[in-house]
Design a protein around this ligand. Structure first.
Ligand code: C2E
Ligand code: MG
Ligand code: MG
Length: 679
């Protein structure tokens, strides 16, 4: 059944439904030919039959919701006990009539397709008639015998008949579900079989009691109504609580524990049916914290709700979206790794349009990690771990979507460990700052220094900023790192200014700072704390950082400049911003990247780029710094291009404050002595 193609299954399903319908109709025709409607019922029994019929129909329309792992997976019809009692009290025709008419009403109200309704009615007729067959065979010859043994035999026969009715109904529907979904019959029937049987035993007992009471009139039967209502109420309260425990209250999506179950079920099913999959897609919003911090939590919540709605709209039928907490979401999907990847792409595309909240238009981006069974793990925990690693990789490499690969593993674990160590180093004040001088070539004076972070790991030794800065940026740790660097750099600048060295201090900012509207205020506070004028501070940002969120970057840069701080474009030439664009942003300084500067003597093109950029920037009134000056001929060449500031190993590499102070004194002279000479 399971290996058949969907087309083949469709045809089998049709044949099956027609066959069941024919058997149902045939059995009913045969029964009606042999039996007539009962005419010998006492008046009180007739009232009981009417009562049971109404009870059956209402019971079908107001079923009990059965909860399985937080999902309302199955309904339990209260028609079952009434129909069973009717089999014993009023015979099969009335029982079938009540069962079929209640099913018809329910199906019509639910707008089910007509062929499903016909199939449903027919299979119920088969089940009720089979139950009647059993009951007749075991208790039919007892007639009106009233001994305790006959009574017990009648009840036993009715219970067995009820059991057959329920199991037959379960199997007949199970076959249809299996043909429609492609699941094996076993896995269809296996789902919560224990709970199913246990709850039905309760219903059967209710049916047995009703059958016993019916001949005595409706008075005693009415007593069965309160327990039925109570059972329904308790079950729906249980369903509500289970729903709350398994769903996220903010978005209404299923939660993390549900994901474990969904993934476990999908793994089991895939083993039997597809031979591959399922895929797990983990999604994490980029820079969500920034939205929360700058726009407030109500806006953050609204973003999460909108993201949830968009993700739900994109997942195929049968797949469910889960919120794992914070800004992390997950989807389990059948199929191959490629299927999961393409779903991830669709989910991300679903977030492309800006999220509109009041008069704000926010661009919400996300990254996705994909893992797929069996190649990336064949149990829930391994798949979760590997999808997490893939997600982490996507974030670090800015790939947006990563499918797990074993080589990410080592890398990721290593990075996570390093990140944890970096956090500790920042907290313990183990991060150092070194300073690299910048020389005004005309006059050969040190006019500024750039603060550069240094980290000496306790066991691995020095770790380069090219390793730990991206790590800090991706984890959000960059805010604390920058606070530390800014603080140390301004404290050092205050000391130098006290000693009479009138120089500027450059500090690097990263892209994240330019999206954070709180940064200008932090900088203002730091300046005030150290008693340093804003004009002595230069903040370096890259073109790429500006372009990643230009509107917000513009706001942050304007606010910083309003303080009196100057802004430098770092690594100029390696991004994609045009000079005119940067000019519109109003920056003060341009730092031409070292890839061009260190190469001006070897490649004419680089020389032309550097020379013309300097000319253009100076014309626009910008200060120009050439980075990566590695030899004297470069110094000479730059001198010829205009009033340039130079930074590079040839003039002085990054060094601790005391060493840099000596460099400053060598270049600029002792400020105290100069002061004396002037006075
Ligand atoms: P950057 O801001 O462009 O810093 C200049 C880098 O060029 C420094 O590397 C410096 O050591 C190096 N350099 C200086 N002169 C020469 C030279 O003549 N030739 C060559 N080839 N290189 C030279 P470093 O210290 O390894 O820093 C690398 C990058 O890490 C920095 O580039 C900056 O983007 C980032 N970084 C360092 N400290 C911080 C920080 O505190 N915050 C942030 N956000 N980024 C930082
Ligand atoms: Mg820099
Ligand atoms: Mg640079």
């Amino acid at each position: 059944m399971t290996s058949a193609s969907p087309h083949m299954r469709q045809r089998l399903l049709l044949v099956y439904m027609v066959a069941v319908t024919v058997v149902g109709a045939g059995a009913l025709a045969l029964t009606s030919a042999h039996l007539t409607w009962p005419t010998d019922l006492s008046a009180s029994t007739v009232v009981s039959v009417i009562f049971l019929s109404v009870f059956g129909i209402v019971g079908e329309l107001r079923p009990i919701w059965l909860v399985r792992r937080g999902q309302e997976t199955r309904t339990l019809s209260l028609a079952t006990p009434a129909v069973l009692a009717l089999v014993a009290v009023a015979g099969p025709l009335i029982a079938v009539a009540v069962q079929v008419s209640s099913t018809l009403i329910d199906d019509i109200m639910d707008k089910r397709r007509w062929y499903k309704t016909v199939f449903n009615a027919a299979q119920y007729a088969v089940c009720v008639l089979a139950a009647h067959g059993i009951y007749e065979t075991l208790a039919g010859d007892l007639g009106g015998v009233r001994s305790p043994l006959a009574h017990a035999q009648r009840i036993g026969a009715l219970m067995l008949a009820g059991l057959v009715m329920i199991v037959l109904n379960w199997v007949l529907i199970g076959i249809a579900v299996s043909l429609a979904s492609g699941q094996t019959l076993r896995s269809t029937l296996n789902t919560d079989a224990g709970e199913f049987i246990a709850t039905h035993v309760v219903l059967l007992s209710l049916g047995g009691v009703a059958a016993d009471l019916a001949p005595h009139g409706v008075g005693a039967l009415v007593l069965l109504v309160p327990p039925a209502i109570a059972a329904r109420r308790f079950a729906s309260a249980g369903a509500r609580h289970a729903h709350e425990a398994s769903h996220d209250s903010l978005t209404g999506l299923r939660n993390r524990s549900e994901l474990h179950h969904a993934l476990g079920d999908a793994l089991e099913e895939a083993q039997h049916v597809y031979g591959q999959g399922p895929g797990l897609v983990l999604l994490d919003l980029d820079h969500f914290k920034v939205f929360n911090d700058t726009l407030g939590h109500p806006v953050g919540d609204e973003i999460l709700r909108e993201v949830a709605r968009r993700l739900e709209a994109k997942v195929p039928e049968g797949a469910s979206v889960h919120r794992l907490g914070g800004d992390e979401f997950a989807v389990v999907v059948a199929g191959s790794a490629e299927d999961a990847r393409s779903l991830a792409a669709q989910l991300l595309a679903g977030l492309d349009d800006p999220v509109r909240i009041d008069d704000l238009e926010l661009l919400v981006r996300a990254s996705a990690g994909v893992a797929c069974a069996p190649m990336h793990g064949s149990d829930v925990d391994t798949l979760m771990k590997n999808a997490d690693i893939a997600l982490y990789h996507a974030k670090l490499e800015r790939d947006r979507i990563s499918v797990y690969a074993p080589e990410y593993d080592l890398n990721t674990v290593e990075r996570l460990r390093l990140l944890a160590d970096l956090r500790v180093a920042i907290d313990k004040g183990d991060l150092d700052v070194v300073y690299q001088p910048q020389f005004q070539l005309a006059g050969s004076r040190v006019v500024a220094v750039e603060a550069l972070a240094r980290w000496r790991h306790c066991t691995r030794g020095p770790i380069g900023p090219d390793v730990f800065i991206p790590l800090a940026e991706d984890s959000g740790l960059i805010f604390r790192l920058t606070t530390v660097v800014l603080d140390k750099a301004l404290a050092q600048l205050a000391l130098w200014r006290e000693a009479g060295h009138d120089i500027r201090m450059s500090v690097n900012l990263s892209a994240r700072h330019l999206s954070d509207l709180g940064v200008p205020q932090q900088v203002a506070l730091a300046l005030r704390r150290h008693g340093v004028p804003a004009s002595s501070l230069v903040l370096e940002v890259t073109e790429t950082a500006i372009l990643s969120d230009p509107v917000r970057a513009d706001l942050v840069i304007r606010a910083l400049r309003a303080l009196g701080v100057t802004i430098a474009i770092d690594d100029y030439g390696t991004g994609h911003a045009s000079l005119s664009y940067l000019r519109r942003l109003e920056v003060d300084e341009l730092k031409i990247d070292r890839v061009f500067v260190s190469n001006i003597r070897a490649a004419d093109q680089d020389m032309i780029i550097v020379r013309s950029t300097i000319a253009l920037a100076l014309e626009l009134g910008l200060r120009v710094v050439a980075e990566g000056v590695e030899d004297q001929p470069t110094v000479e060449a730059l001198r010829g291009y205009g009033d340039v500031i130079a930074q590079g190993y040839h003039l002085g590499g990054p060094a601790p404050a005391a060493e840099v102070e000596q460099m400053i004194i060598r270049a600029n002279g002792m400020p105290a002595l100069e002061g004396l000479a002037r006075s």
